[in-house]
Design a binder for this molecule. Structure first.
Ligand code: S6P
Ligand code: ZN
Length: 195
């Protein structure tokens, strides 16, 4: 049976980039992201200098994990690179069938999606555009701009998150800057499909 959720008004504060009320917030620093990076030696170098920059943060409203409900919130990815790779989220697959949408509010980003066979698709996001992640596609967001990349997300409350596939196998593509140009290239550290 579904939990009883009261109708709720939620405020998205675009200046502070927070959601009020929220049920979950998370800040991901380089030390937590380093195992997901294409260039871990570059991450180690930054950390060895005594720096541990915040890569991204998110606030989420999702008072239940029961089916039929929706979780949503705001994510901000800061600008920067780890080696040649732009700052990005870890990325994940949903554990249960569940699509997701991303509405870009600020900055420039890429939504990288990958299916279970390892096929990758990228969509560029700028303010006003929506990236739709179909059921079964893993997803990661990447900040390719010079400022913050901010987006609204929404997905089914019971979807769950599988980070292990991404941590162990990676995405088949990475987004890098090389010779001052943005390139989407094969991930040299990709370790096969997620079977
Ligand atoms: C959840 C949704 C977002 C991400 C957030 C951080 O399904 O996709 O809230 O959680 O953007 O990304 P990640 O990969 O660390 O969860
Ligand atoms: Zn998701």
């Amino acid at each position: 049976m579904s939990a009883i959720i009261e109708p709720t008004k939620v405020i998205l504060d675009f200046k502070k980039i927070i959601v009020k009320p929220y049920t979950r917030k998370k800040q991901v620093k380089l030390s937590e992201l380093k195992d997901y990076c294409a260039y871990p030696e570059a991450a180690e170098k930054i950390l060895s200098e005594g720096r541990d920059p915040i890569i991204y943060e998110y606030y989420e409203y999702g008072p239940t994990e029961t089916s039929g409900n929706i979780n949503f919130g705001l994510t901000v990815i800061y600008p920067g690179k780890i080696g040649k790779e732009y700052y990005m989220t870890k990325g994940h697959f949903h554990e249960k069938d569940g699509a997701e949408l991303y509405l870009c509010l600020k900055g420039r980003g890429i939504l990288l999606m990958q299916n279970k066979e390892g096929k990758a698709v990228t969509i560029e996001l700028e303010p006003g555009s929506i990236g739709y992640v179909p059921v079964g596609w893993g997803h990661r967001t990447i900040n390719i701009g010079r400022g913050k990349f901010v987006f609204f997300f929404a997905y089914p409350s019971d979807a769950g998150h599988d980070y292990m596939i991404v941590k162990e196998k990676g995405f088949s593509k990475i987004v890098i800057e090389e010779g001052k140009s943005l390139k989407i290239i094969d991930n040299p550290r990709y370790r096969g499909t997620s079977d």
